[in-house]
Design a protein around this ligand. Structure first.
Ligand SMILES: Nc1ncnc2c1ncn2[C@@H]1O[C@H](COP(=O)(O)OP(=O)(O)O)[C@@H](O)[C@H]1O
Ligand SMILES: [Mg+2]
Length: 495
């Protein structure tokens, strides 16, 4: 084939009841290449696919396939041209067998009325062998895994002599292993000369599988080109329209010896044999679904839950932590998930809240509070954290959620700590305050604090942690460090 492009779409516009879903979209697919159509939810990806496959009619624009303009695309015409779409719902017949699903469309389009089992069998086997897949032909489609259903759908596309196979968000319901297997098939198809249009919004997948990428945002295409020419940072910018603040935590000062060693911590129904280490200068993420044991783990380290077995070693010494007071004496701080009920006295002055955990330091030999020192201390933290108040004597209730959280944090930080445990540190906190909190925690870790962040906000875990452990049903089921910490990798283990 002499054409550089298999498919070219220019100036495509489409509106639904006056609302522009596609605004002057330009799009090209090279034969034998993987083109990724990327974009956040609702940006118009599926609409574009449906125009290519003849499900929707474009309002404006030009579609050229194999060098010829196609003025009127219908689903039948698209099929005839060799365009096949594998939709998210896979358009299968769940009650029929794999054999029947594979043969049915070709039987229908061939206009045959009589069913010939032998021919069906041959057709089905030929399709499966094309991608070296050995699914049982007699299995009911509905009983196959999503990954196998996809393979059958791909086989079916091949039976129609597809030149362009479009996959609309094929990896949504797949495990990491299944995605890897799908990618093997995609590369096989590509190498056999078929063009693949792969729709996704997942950065790592797109960089792994695509040769070319077209990024859409709000119905417009904002980038087209080769994937290799794009950095992940630029990709995120095009996808979201927001400049990515590269505020990932980079540890600079991790101690050689662990400050905390947890060995075989158990709690019936809550924790199973949990063991890990934490060093100064590290920010350790502990994540998992609700009920995975992440919170019980944190509570055990702060004397708020009682493990039934196991050992907690702090600075090389085995310790018992029967109460929060004991935890504080061991220089452990804990910022709870629900700061309003657990972490703050809303009807007390901001200054008192900040200094609550360090009253010993701020009182004289007779136990009387040194008011002046309290205000000085409080003023220092108001400044460090840019807490939005003009008077630390005002009640904590006068502050926004983000600023309240900053107070809870400074309460602990004003007390010299070795280990700070943050449970959902920025739940309900606005973006600006979130960034302030993250930046400060990074700074503290690099100054030698050991930090544990308990969170199910994966984006937060990825940005802030140098190491992550994933919990499931009370046990640690995965651990990753550095660049391996991605939302996709964590999700893979959590599920
Ligand atoms: N049949 C339809 N009728 C009305 N609006 C639609 C229809 N299909 C899509 N849209 C709208 O067009 C926009 C793009 O949708 P879609 O192409 O499904 O996005 P994506 O696949 O990128 O998530 C959305 O705002 C969606 O609500
Ligand atoms: Mg879609």
């Amino acid at each position: 084939m002499s054409e550089e492009y298999l498919l070219q779409m220019t100036g495509i516009c489409k509106s639904f009841s006056g609302v522009r879903a596609l605004d002057n979209v330009n799009f090209k697919v090279r034969p034998g290449k993987v083109m990724c159509l990327a974009g956040e939810n609702g940006c118009g990806k599926s609409t574009l696919v449906k125009i290519i496959s003849g499900v929707y009619t474009k309002d404006e624009g030009q579609v050229i396939f194999e060098g010829k303009e196609i003025t009127k695309i219908t689903p039948a015409e698209a099929t005839r041209l060799g365009i096949q779409v594998i939709y998210q719902d896979l358009s299968i017949f769940p009650n029929l067998t794999v054999r029947e699903n594979l043969a049915i469309n070709s039987e229908i389009t061939a206009g045959r009325k009589m069913v010939n089992r032998k021919r069906w069998d041959a057709t089905a086997r030929e399709a499966l062998s094309k991608i070296g897949c050995n699914i049982d032909l007699d299995a009911k489609m509905g009983e196959l895994s999503v990954a196998d259903k996809q393979l059958v759908a791909i086989c079916r596309a091949l039976l129609f002599n597809a030149k362009l196979i479009i996959m609309d968000e094929p990896t949504t319901a797949l495990t990491k292993k299944e995605v890897d297997a799908l990618f093997v098939t995609v590369r096989q198809l590509r190498d056999s000369g078929i063009a693949i249009m792969f729709i996704s919004h997942k950065t790592e997948e797109i960089f792994e599988i695509s040769d070319d990428v077209c990024i859409m945002r709000n119905g417009k295409n904002v980038y087209s080109g080769q994937t290799a020419d794009l950095t992940r940072r630029d990709f995120t910018y095009y996808l979201t329209g927001r400049e990515l603040v590269d505020d990932r935590f980079v540890p600079t000062n991790i101690s050689a010896e662990p400050i905390l060693e947890v060995k075989n911590l158990c709690m019936p129904g809550k924790l199973q044999d949990v063991s890990f280490e934490l060093r100064k200068g590290e920010i350790l993420g502990v994540t998992g679904l609700l009920g995975s044991g992440r919170t019980e783990l944190a509570l055990s380290l702060f004397g708020l839950a009682k493990p039934s077995g196991g050992q907690i070693i702090l600075n090389g010494k085995s310790v018992k932590i029967p109460s929060p007071i004991a935890a504080q004496k061991l220089r452990i701080g804990y910022v709870p998930e629900d700061r309003l009920t657990e972490g703050l006295c809303l009807q007390q002055p901001i200054a008192d809240n900040i200094t609550l955990a360090s009253l010993k330091r701020l009182s004289n030999a007779l136990g009387l509070l040194k008011k002046k020192d309290i205000y000085e201390d409080a003023a220092k933290w108001v400044k460090i954290f840019s807490i939005a108040t003009n008077d630390p004597k005002k009640n904590a209730s006068t502050l926004s959620g983000g600023n309240q959280q900053k107070i809870v944090l400074s309460k602990w930080l004003s007390n010299d700590l070795d280990l700070l445990i943050l449970n959902g540190p920025t739940v309900g906190v606005d973006v600006g305050a979130k960034q302030d909190i993250h930046a400060l925690v990074h700074q503290l870790a690099n100054e030698g604090l050991a930090v544990m962040i308990i969170s199910d906000d994966l984006a937060e875990v990825v940005v802030n942690c140098s190491r992550v452990i994933v919990m499931k049903e009370g046990a640690i089921v995965g651990e990753m460090t550095g660049d391996a910490i991605t939302e996709d990798n964590i999700l893979e283990i959590i599920r």
